[in-house]
Design a protein around this ligand. Structure first.
Ligand code: PGA
Length: 257
């Protein structure tokens, strides 16, 4: 059974004590939701401890990092390499989040190098793409998204299908000032992204998991989750408390097959 993907990026939030408490509670919560694949993406400093907790409890909770360098080692002060993250035993590496693009000079080219490195090391790259409000206002969202997607997937072969995930997160929908996207718009863009993937990979492109993110909350999660080309949801603020995340899991669990 293909599980519906549901996860949260914590961004730069939570102390270690908060992170372990959250994870402990979440591990209990997710046992009720076998049809969902739940994942969390904490800060680097919490990863070892959280992985230990997940393993001790033999939980199915998946764990990821928020970024990664593409080189195995080198003169890159402040960076973390795939080899280091591999030692922890992570499942997922989030790449190209709009905050990384906006504040830390992440580009489509570096997202591509990181995607290739993540696949080489056996991680699932969770590649984030999204158009800005300005792109939308000039009606060039699709062009921008196709460009981001095609560059990120350059030299990613058909064999990798199923081993990478794409998150569509419109920049204007993300964070405290974000405006939730209308469901028909999400449908239109996800259908478009699917067509780009099919252009790139043939029918295998239908098997690439496509997640939606940006102001996902208890009021809109099940509407988005019902769309044909939405295979998962990627959530920030609304999943930062285990009980609120649980409410979203319940709502989504009712509508996904
Ligand atoms: P948000 O964040 O749900 O708080 O809008 C989403 C994201 O940044 O992925």
């Amino acid at each position: 059974m293909k599980k519906f993907l549901l996860g949260t990026n914590w961004k730069m939030n939570k102390t270690l004590a908060e992170a372990t408490k959250y994870t402990d509670e979440l591990i209990t919560v997710i046992e009720k939701h076998a049809q969902l694949e739940i994942f969390i993406i904490p800060s680097y400093t919490h990863l070892w401890k959280i992985k230990e907790l997940i393993d001790t409890k033999k939980s199915a909770l998946k764990l990821g990092a928020q970024n990664m360098h593409y080189e195995d080692a080198g003169q890159f002060t402040g960076e973390i390499s795939p080899v280091m993250l591999k030692e922890i035993g992570l499942d997922i590496i989030e790449l190209g989040h709009c905050e990384r693009r906006q504040y830390f000079n992440e580009t489509d080219e570096t997202v591509n190098l990181k995607t290739l490195a993540a696949l080489k090391h056996g991680f699932i790259p969770l590649i984030c793409i999204g158009e800005k409000a300005e792109d939308k206002s000039y009606n060039v969202s699709k062009e921008m998204l196709a460009k981001q997607l095609k560059i990120a997937l350059t030299n990613v072969s058909r064999d990798a299908i199923g081993k990478f995930w794409i998150a569509y997160e419109p920049v204007w929908a993300i964070g405290v000032n974000g405006i939730p996207a209308e469901t028909p718009y999400v449908k239109e863009i996800h259908d478009f992204l699917r067509s780009v993937l099919v252009d790139l990979y043939g029918t295998a492109g239908k098997d690439v998991p496509l997640l939606f993110g940006g102001s996902v909350n208890i009021n809109n999660a099940s509407d988005y989750a019902q769309l044909e080309n939405v295979d998962g949801l990627f959530i920030g603020r609304s999943a930062w408390e285990p009980d609120l995340f649980d409410e979203i899991m319940v709502a989504v669990g009712k509508v996904v097959k």
